[in-house]
Design a protein around this ligand. Structure first.
Ligand code: FES
Ligand SMILES: [Fe+2]
Length: 470
């Protein structure tokens, strides 16, 4: 344990639990630039200490309630606008039994339809494609991109089909910063309302000015919440990712909770964990840059005598990013250049904040299986401020990893693949451990695992509304 970092402070009351180590907020005082207030301000709320039943993760009954009461009502990230850039481009978004076709129906409009033919119900699309209309492969019923009926095969046999009544049923679509969301509930609040205060926080990071450059999807043998929750706290980092101890906070990371649908975890980069061995500033910088694959640089960066690795790392990140995309980051805080600003939007979408290439996670049940999930990792790259030529963006293919493949098989993820594989090592063991548990309950940490409790409480609020038939 690094005694240098330990402070003589103990939490006073149960609801005010904080680590005794130097906190993320205290580190922000040392930033080389002005830190935006949205990072300085803590927004923690004590949500109780009751145990959670493990049936929330393992029972078919609870899974069914989530399906009927929650997934039918929430805004779900379906794709990015750049996934379907041209009129006629379409892709499929599946959640549980439901499937939707997202179509660029006109230059400035994306529509989404229930993926089921009005004739005998065949799925209209099974994969990404680009066509001038939406034709069912079974008998050839065909719709225009705006969902109006274009062609009835053997129309003499369908005098009972009224063209004006045969518009493809739509699901609600709204867009935030290039993220296309769908919602099966016609009465749901607007996306902007639902996301609040995420849009305000993310305004300065402007993910709408970014494009997808990596998209990897993997089947994970665990309930969708087990998988997602492996990425909602830094508590596990010291045990599971010991190689990052020299340069990141874990037990002293920050957790904030906002409304029903948003929370965040911030882990600092460039200072050692309270559980790290003593390390020099040069060792910290080396681990950030060369141990995590964050920077590809032939020449080793040195920390000048008396300087701190965190500030040097932030400076190098600013310079490297400007060289790549032409934007000016000179007044951006060290925090926004380096730290893991991990935002989560209920129920399953996680867009990181900050200026370097932004990580996005999405977690879903794998079909209707309670014990299997799909985790996706997306990277967005900021558009060049001064594009050399009008280069056309080619929609990025998704790399699909099967359950027996590792994240490290996706070479584009670099050093992150190893980190994700370390996270994956727990998932099947948590699944089977829960099934053999005599206690049958999960006991959460009051602060470090508050984000998990927050979303469980939101699930309960949706379940209390009862089933909704879309
Ligand atoms: S099921 Fe689609 S045309 Fe027959
Ligand atoms: Fe992890």
């Amino acid at each position: 344990m690094n005694e240098q970092l330990k402070k003589q402070k103990k939490p006073s009351k149960i609801g005010e639990a904080r680590s005794p180590y130097k906190s993320y907020t205290e580190y922000l005082d040392e930033d080389s630039q002005k830190v935006p207030s949205l990072l300085l301000e803590e927004h923690f709320e004590y949500l109780g200490s009751d145990d959670l039943s493990m049936e929330r993760y393992t029972s078919e009954e609870f899974f069914r309630k989530e399906a009927e009461c929650m997934w039918t009502r929430v805004w779900q990230f379906a794709c990015r606008v750049e996934d379907i850039p041209n009129v006629g481009d379409s892709l499929v978004y599946d959640i549980l039994d439901w499937s939707f076709v997202l179509v660029r129906s006109s230059k400035d409009k994306i529509s989404a339809y229930y993926n089921s033919c009005l004739h005998r119900g065949r799925k209209l699309r099974t994969h990404r494609t680009s066509t001038p209309d939406i034709k069912c492969p079974f008998h050839g019923y065909c719709w225009n991109l705006d969902g109006t009926l274009k062609h009835t095969p053997a129309d003499w046999d369908f005098p009972h089909v009224k063209e004006e009544e045969w518009k493809l049923p739509e699901v609600r679509v709204e867009i935030w910063e290039g993220f296309v969301f769908i919602n099966m509930n016609d009465k749901a609040p607007s996306l902007e309302n639902y996301l609040d205060p995420l849009p305000e926080h993310h305004k300065r990071w402007n993910l709408g000015d970014c494009k997808k450059v990596i998209h990897v999807s993997r089947v994970v043998p665990g309930n969708w919440k087990t998988t997602m929750e492996a990425f909602m706290e830094s508590f596990h980092a010291s045990e599971i990712h010991p190689q990052i101890r020299p340069f990141t906070t874990d037990e002293n990371a920050r957790y904030d909770i906002y409304g029903d649908h948003m929370n965040r975890n911030i882990a600092l980069t460039g200072k050692p964990s309270p559980h790290s061995e003593e390390v020099t500033e040069q060792e910290i910088l080396d681990t950030i840059f060369y141990g995590s694959g964050r920077v590809e640089n032939e020449d080793k960066v040195l920390v000048p005598e008396g300087e701190e690795a965190r500030k040097v790392a932030a400076r190098v990140m600013r310079e490297n990013l400007t060289a790549v995309n032409g934007h000016d980051f000179s007044d951006k805080s060290d925090a926004e250049m380096l730290d893991a600003l991990v935002y989560n939007v209920f129920p399953n979408f996680s867009p990181w904040g900050g200026f370097p290439n932004n990580l996005i996670y999405r977690f879903r049940p794998n079909g209707t299986r309670v014990d299997s999930s799909i985790m996706e990792v997306i990277f967005l790259e900021r558009n060049n401020k001064n594009p050399q030529s009008e280069q056309k963006y080619e929609p990025l293919p998704i790399k699909y990893l099967k359950e027996d493949q590792s994240w490290a098989d996706a070479e584009e993820l670099g050093g992150l693949g190893l980190i994700f594989d370390q996270d994956m090592s727990n998932i099947p063991e948590v699944e089977s451990g829960m099934r053999t548990s005599k206690k049958g309950k999960v006991t959460l940490a009051n602060y470090q695992e508050s984000r998990l409790r927050h979303f469980h409480q939101t699930i309960d609020k949706y379940i209390a509304k009862g089933p909704l038939k879309p």
